[in-house]
Design a protein around this ligand. Structure first.
Ligand code: TYD
Length: 214
């Protein structure tokens, strides 16, 4: 039995997921809840090795290889981290999950969406989030934020270095995921001051907790 709550944060590069995931975890812990804050790719031992290959622009990867790597990471993540935490009744917040594969490898790279759906079901063992928040902003805004983070020592990764059109397709991908599953997926405009964005995120999370934990 999975008694916990599973929340995912999704969005393009620089959409603000990671910092909001941290703030959300802190808020929920402050309410006395047990929270697992995790991310994809790379939050298991196998995942760390996969992540190094997956993100390194110097490692050449076929689209199918890129897809299978991120799915392997997910299968490990679900089995080692997500399901055990949900079985313990915790709130799990994952910074990226299956919708990122639909958006990046599906819409971005052009890989068959139906096949990605099937492979995602295999990798997730059919574990779907209770709530997914897509943080949305123009790709130019997001990429400008990631450029500020990059340093001379650490340049853009495989995806940050992709062209604008790729990132526009990824953004469209997330918006289409939202259209396809409006009950699970909520949109938050992240091209606004942080406090306003976070207020919308907490509204959706509080609604979920209210309906599930009555
Ligand atoms: P990361 O450094 O974790 O940062 P962020 O999530 O803040 O962008 O980068 C992970 C990268 O992997 C990101 O560019 C999106 C990409 N990715 C995929 O292409 N497919 C996936 O299924 C996942 C989970 C991530």
């Amino acid at each position: 039995m999975l008694n916990g709550l599973f929340i995912t944060l999704e969005g393009i590069e620089g959409s603000g997921k990671t910092s909001h995931a941290v703030t959300l975890a802190e808020r929920l812990r402050g309410q006395g809840r047990t929270v697992l804050l995790t991310h994809e790719p790379g939050d298991t031992r196998a995942g760390q090795a996969i992540r190094a290959i997956f993100l390194d622009p110097a490692v050449s990867l076929q689209v199918a290889a890129e897809l299978l790597l991120v799915l392997a990471d997910r299968a490990q993540h679900v089995a080692e981290k997500l399901k055990p935490a949900l079985q313990r009744g915790e709130i799990v917040i994952s910074d990226r999950y299956a919708d990122s594969t639909t958006a990046y490898q599906g819409y971005g790279r052009g890989f068959d969406l139906a096949l990605i759906g099937q492979l995602n079901r295999l990798a997730t063992d059919c574990l779907a989030p209770d709530l997914t928040i897509v943080l949305d902003c123009p790709v130019e805004t997001g990429l400008a934020r990631t450029r500020l983070r990059n340093t001379a020592a650490q340049g853009p990764d495989r995806f940050e270095g992709a062209d604008l059109e790729f990132h526009r397709r990824v953004r469209t991908g997330f918006l289409n995921v939202l259209k396809a599953e409006p009950r699970r997926v909520r949109l938050v405009n992240s091209d606004r001051p942080k406090e306003q964005v976070f207020a919308d995120i907490t509204r959706f999370v509080d609604e979920l907790i209210d309906t599930r934990c009555r």
